[in-house]
Design a protein around this ligand. Structure first.
Ligand code: UT7
Length: 325
């Protein structure tokens, strides 16, 4: 049987830092409120010349370097993003060009909002299992700062920009041990970033408006905690493990209070939860690979560790992957 292993991880954050103190000058908020309700102190904001493709390119280049393979050894590119540079070509095609990959390989984007990276990794694993693809570049990259209403304190304080990338390689040893993806479209209105739908309204003036992310934070909080709790229990049960066997849980970085709630409900030590939200904010599909890369770089995540990746986001979508790093 063909398995998948993580060969290299990379990430990139834009240089510009937006602190909570900066936000106090933009909307009616306080550092105290943001830290207490979310755990976020600062986030990065893409510069004028930066897009999802440029951030993704930097993360991918670093992942390739760490994996010690060349771009032309990549035989598929999957990009998870909800802030693609263009509706088409896909950010994956833009990345293929930036990476000067001359081979005719498949490259495509997937959209599952903040669960995007988990979805993309599962898709990549399936292709590797199929036996044709050997080195797949999986990228989560977002510039959600451009999809925010900067007068809405309910949302603009939460998000940041960034990118993370993984090289997934075919292996005889299992790296991805199990994976489950879920979605429930009936929750479509509680977290949404509209697109062409706007153009279908009678009010043609709306065509001039850029879409903004809208969220019912309380509902998302409640459902995200519930779905991730259920997914963790399910993944552990089907792998005949308990949480004591797990070294790290990397949840999508949306709110540290969601992590606390899950830790408390499942009686799992909070020390096992990887949290990078303080300095990254919510970077949507980039949050999990960014957190993974940081903890590997800091020597906290080590080869052989068992790690649960837990994505959740608009859709609603969610998913759980158990990996042996
Ligand atoms: O990646 C996508 C997934 N997204 C998430 O997982 C987000 C999940 N939800 C959350 O993280 C939380 O619901 C929020 C952080 C968004 C909000 O926290 P909350 O504890 O649910 O606050 P709330 O929305 O109930 O608001 C409480 C109060 C309100 O004032 P009143 O009505 O009590 O007077 C808000 O108007 O806090 C007010 N508020 C703020 N105050 C200062 C909302 N945003 C702010 C703000 N600064 N930035």
């Amino acid at each position: 049987m063909i398995h998948s292993k993580i060969l290299g991880v990379g990430s990139y954050l834009p240089e510009k830092i937006l602190t909570n103190a900066d936000l106090e000058k933009i909307v009616n908020t306080t550092d105290e409120w943001i830290v207490e309700r979310t755990g976020i102190s600062e986030r990065r904001i893409a510069g004028e010349d930066e897009t999802s493709a440029t951030l993704g390119y930097k993360a991918a280049s670093q992942a390739l370097k760490k994996a010690e393979i060349s771009a032309n050894e990549i035989d598929m590119i999957i990009v998870a993003t909800c802030t693609s540079d263009r509706f088409f070509p896909s950010t994956a095609c833009l990345l293929q060009d930036k990476l000067s990959i001359n081979r005719n390989i498949p490259a495509f984007d997937i959209t599952a909002a903040c669960s995007g990276f988990v979805y993309a990794l599962v898709i990549a694993e399936q292709f590797i299992r199929g036996g044709i693809h050997k080195n797949i570049l999986v990228v989560g990259t977002e510039v959600l700062s451009r999809g925010l209403d900067w007068t809405d304190r309910n949302t603009c304080v939460l998000f940041g920009d960034g990118a993370g990338a993984i090289i997934l390689q075919a292996s005889s040893e299992p790296g991805i041990l199990s994976a489950d993806l879920y979605a429930q479209g009936k929750y479509k209105e509680i977290l949404s970033l509209p697109s062409f739908e706007i153009l279908a309204t009678e009010n043609s003036q709306k065509q001039l408006l850029l879409p903004h992310l809208a969220m019912n934070g309380k509902e998302v909080f409640k459902l995200a905690s519930k779905f991730v709790e259920e997914a963790i229990v399910e993944t552990l049960a089907k792998n005949k493990l308990t949480h004591k066997d797990i070294d790290w849980i990397i949840p999508h970085q949306a709110n540290e209070r969601i992590m606390y709630a899950i830790s408390k409900k499942l009686n799992i030590s909070f020390d096992k939860f990887v949290s990078t939200i303080k300095y990254h904010g919510n970077t949507s599909a980039a949050s999990i690979p960014l957190a993974l890369d940081q903890f590997i770089d800091e020597g906290k995540i080590k080869p052989g560790h068992l790690i649960l990746l837990e994505g959740f986001g608009g859709g609603m979508t969610w998913g759980s992957i158990l990996i042996k790093y």
